[in-house]
Design a protein around this ligand. Sequence first.
Ligand code: NAD
Length: 248
Amino acid sequence: MTTEPKVIVVTGAGGGMGKAIMEEQLKQGNLVIGLDVSVKALSNLTHDSLQCLEVNVLQEERVNDIFQQIVDKYGRIDGLVNALGIAQAATPIEQVTMDEWNRLMDVNVKSLFITAKAVVPFMKKQQKGSIVTIASISAVRPRPGLQAYIASKGAAESFTRGLAIELAPNQIRVNTIHPGPADTQMLGQFAAQGADVEQTKQSVFVQSVPLGRLVKPSDIAGAVSYLLSDAASMVTGTTLHVDGGRGL
Ligand SMILES: NC(=O)c1ccc[n+]([C@@H]2O[C@H](COP(=O)([O-])OP(=O)(O)OC[C@H]3O[C@@H](n4cnc5c(N)ncnc54)[C@H](O)[C@@H]3O)[C@@H](O)[C@H]2O)c1
């Protein structure tokens, strides 16, 4: 039996997790549209079913246009995966600037509002859809100096739960994934200024994971795949910890 390909939009497509999520979706035969401020990292990822667009997801009008164009071309959007994000270098609160706070809240939270607002009207018409947001285990298992990042990830999880109850009557499922420390270029950006990044990865991050290794982007891609799939058709408003036990 052949199933119709799903249309999946991924933000943060050029990032470590975004790329792995898209590769997994393509492997499953789906149509994938990847959005990122920089698609340079995707230059060697070519596929007939993949389209990558360079866009700042904070530009609401541009995002609305892109979602409309996707629906004009494919007729629907089955899944939205929010895998974009920025890190915060560990910093005592007295030294965190308002600009830094605002930027973290804009990229890690406001972007979720923008993409959800853009996709929900189409999903409501379909009476079906799945939205998955990559937050962070730090929202519930914090580390010192990451207060703004942690707040943004807590907001991402709360926003997800709020949408899940609002959109359940429309058969739109909304879920969060909390990754533990993951092996992408972002991880080093959490190190305090001047700290040895490689040493911090080992001494702080790997050490903090009970299962003894960093999360791989493919671990996240597998969890996303489940939440997008019909196997998860009764799963909404939940947070899946893909963290090697870091949250315990
Ligand atoms: N790496 C980790 O240790 C870790 C742990 C827990 C949670 N997370 C979260 O997982 C998600 C994916 O992170 P990653 O590790 O793949 O990081 P990454 O830095 O490799 O990827 C993030 C991507 O988001 C893109 N992006 C940032 N701002 C954007 C914007 N305004 N518009 C469009 N694209 C934008 C970046 O260009 C980048 O390609 C993020 O939300 C991150 O906070 C990461």
